[in-house]
Structure formats: structure tokens, C-alpha cells
Design a protein around this ligand. Structure first.
Ligand SMILES: Cc1cc2nc3c(=O)[nH]c(=O)nc-3n(C[C@H](O)[C@H](O)[C@H](O)COP(=O)(O)O)c2cc1C
Length: 329
């Protein structure tokens, strides 16, 4: 994103990053940057609705708004902006605000308001949940590119985009984001999904950490994108240990966002991740990240089938090893 970081390990958007004390600990542990938790359209609209006298507790829209984050304490937008300012004052490393909106005007208004808090960058959290049968994938992408362009026009700070992996062709969409001026892409967000409680026959909305080992999709896209786009590549999802961070850098990531690992191992784990990257580098004789960033990307590996369909087919066709005793319970 054009920001110089003391380390490639970044604390991703979550509830931990809204506490000045916690972000200070992250900075001391060697975090390169912090992403403040997202401000959501629903928070903004809920506050606006609460000021709307026509809206009552029985109103269906009100019920949906108050139900969207049922178990999560969330502040209104003013409160959010104040908290961003407090965190900005607490640390010296770059702080990036995150925004997740639906309406065009809200994207632009709140991008400007977040910029005024003094943050160093803005992360747009694109999170589309399909509910309509007649909306095409193309029109979803068009709306998102339009929002990105409007935000870039409205602010001076660098703007990045965080994506889920639910696109038919993430490579094409990322190219469009790159062309539109996104300074970074974060791959991939984890979407929280509702679950059914079979005893009470109720829907539940659990908070859960990403399971370990689910980093390979991200790694593959880092490898395919490295050297093919101008935008910075930021790896996210299921990066728990130093070896996974090293793999992302080898695939071509410029930085790595971690969240679940910080919940599981506490924020001082950032120090462990940095130490592991450093000791691996020393062991391999690398002096800086640029010496090995992307050496395992698709552009740089000699195997012409690397990261392609044929590898996947090859694994499936040679699945005899699954019947080997060591894979069976
Ligand atoms: C408790 C919690 C809160 C989160 N809040 C946000 C958020 O406000 N904005 C956002 O873009 N992602 C949010 N996320 C998603 C994370 O930033 C991250 O993209 C995701 O958890 C995958 O990374 P991980 O495997 O390292 O956890 C949250 C995740 C957790 C576990």
C-alpha cells in the first residue's frame, strides 16, 4: 500500500484492535501495522433509524438491524470514529481503518470521516451475501468497483480491498481492482455463517476461529498474482505459525494479516511469528524479505503445471495413498 512496515505481520481487523492497550502490546510485539475493526453500514443505519421517529421497536427493519450482530457489542458510528482516534494516538505504526458498507453514499461519507481520524489507510471490506436470485455476479462486481472508485476519488490515503474467496474468478476481479487504483488486496476474509441448533430448532450465529490448515487457497492466489499486478498482496486466513507466514512470503505476499492466531495464542504471538521468519531467513542465508519474496510464485517456479488444475487432478487420480494405513483412523 506504499506504507513502510517494521515487519510483514499485521494485526487484522477484529475486536482486539479497538483497545488502545491491546494495540500497544501488538506494537511492542513487533506488529507492522494494525487494522481497526470494521465500521458496518448496519451500525450507521441503525443509528440513523434510531433517530427516525417513525421507526418503532415492532418495525421489521429495526428488528433486523438490531439482530444483525446479536451477540456483539457494537458502537454507533460516532463512537467508532472516536475509538479510532484513540487508537491512532496510542501507537506509532500505521493504523488502517476498515469499512463495510452497502449504499454508495455511505461508502463515500464514512471513508472521508475515517480519513479525518488520522488513519494511514483504508481497507474496504467487500462482503456480499447473495439473497436475490436475479442479481448477476457481474452486477455485484460492478457495484463494488464503483464503490472503490468513488472512495479513491474522495480520500487521499491509500485504499485496499479485502475479499472473500466467493468469486467465480478472483484473478479477474483483482485485476479490475488493481486497474481501478486499489493499493492492496487482502485475501481472504472468512465469512461468519449461521448454524441450526437441532434441539431448539433455532438459528445460531456463532463466533468461531478459522480452523488451522486452511491457508492453501490464499497461498495459491498469492502465487498466481505475484508479479502480475501492481497492488500489494496481503495474505490472510488461517495463518497461525511462522512456517505458514514464510510460505505466504515465498508465494509472493507483501504482508500477512493474522487474527485467529492472536485469539488462540494471545497478541504476543506476533513476536513468535517475527522470530520464526527471522530464524528461517538466517538459516537460509537471506538478509531481507525481497531476496525470497515470490520465489515460489507461479512466475518463478519451473514446473509449468504449478498451481494449475492438472495438479489437482493428479492428486485425485493418485489417491491410493489415502488408503495407506497412516491416513485411516
Ligand atoms: C472475533 C473476530 C472479529 C472480526 N471482525 C472483523 C471485522 O470487523 N472486519 C473484518 O474485515 N474482518 C473481521 N474479522 C475477520 C478477520 O479479520 C479475518 O479476515 C478472518 O478471521 C480470517 O483470518 P484468520 O484466519 O487469521 O482469523 C473478524 C474475525 C474474528 C475472529
Amino acid at each position: 500500500m506504499g506504507l513502510e512496515l517494521q515487519s510483514p505481520i499485521v494485526a487484522g481487523a477484529c475486536n482486539l484492535t479497538e483497545s488502545p492497550e491491546t494495540v500497544k502490546k501488538m506494537e511492542e510485539a513487533g506488529a507492522g501495522a494494525i487494522i481497526f475493526r470494521s465500521l458496518f453500514e448496519e451500525q450507521i443505519q441503525l443509528e440513523a433509524f434510531e433517530h427516525d421517529e417513525a421507526l418503532t421497536q415492532d418495525d421489521e427493519r429495526y428488528a433486523e438491524m438490531t439482530d444483525i450482530f446479536p451477540k456483539i457489542e457494537h458502537a454507533g458510528p460516532q463512537d467508532h470514529l472516536e475509538k479510532v482516534k484513540e487508537v491512532r494516538k496510542a501507537i506509532k505504526i500505521p493504523l488502517i481503518a476498515s469499512l463495510n458498507c452497502i449504499n454508495h453514499d455511505t461508502w463515500v461519507d464514512y471513508a472521508k470521516k475515517l480519513e479525518q481520524t488520522g488513519v494511514d489507510g483504508l481497507e474496504l471490506n467487500f462482503y456480499y451475501t447473495p439473497t436475490e436470485f436475479d442479481k448477476t455476479a457481474h452486477s455485484v462486481e460492478e457495484d463494488q468497483i464503483k464503490a472503490l472508485k468513488a472512495v479513491i476519488k474522495a480520500v487521499k490515503i491509500p485504499v485496499s480491498v479485502k475479499l472473500s474467496s466467493n468469486y467465480s474468478n478472483p484473478l479477474n476481479f483483482i485485476k479490475q481492482l488493481d486497474d481501478a487504483g486499489a493499493k492492496g488486496v487482502i485475501l481472504f476474509n472468512k465469512l461468519f455463517q449461521s448454524d441450526i441448533n437441532i434441539d431448539s430448532l433455532e438459528l445460531q450465529h456463532p463466533y468461531y476461529l478459522t480452523p488451522e490448515g486452511e491457508y492453501k487457497d490464499t497461498m495459491r492466489f498469492m502465487a498466481l498474482l505475484h508479479g502480475n499486478v501492481n497492488t500489494s498482496l496481503i495474505a490472510n486466513k488461517s495463518i497461525y505459525h511462522g512456517k505458514e507466514a514464510v510460505k505466504m512470503l515465498l508465494a509472493g505476499a507483501d504482508a500477512i494479516q493474522v487474527v485467529s492466531a492472536l485469539y488462540k495464542f494471545q497478541v504476543d504471538h506476533i513476536r513468535t511469528l517475527n522470530n520464526k521468519i527471522y530464524s528461517w531467513m538466517s538459516q537460509k542465508g537471506y538478509r531481507n524479505l525481497n531476496e525470497f519474496k515470490g520465489v515460489m510464485s507461479r512466475k518463478n517456479v519451473s514446473d509449468p503445471f504449478a498451481y494449475r488444475r492438472s495438479q489437482y487432478v493428479d492428486i485425485l487420480l493418485n489417491s491410493k495413498q489415502l488408503f495407506d494405513k497412516k491416513y485411516l483412523p
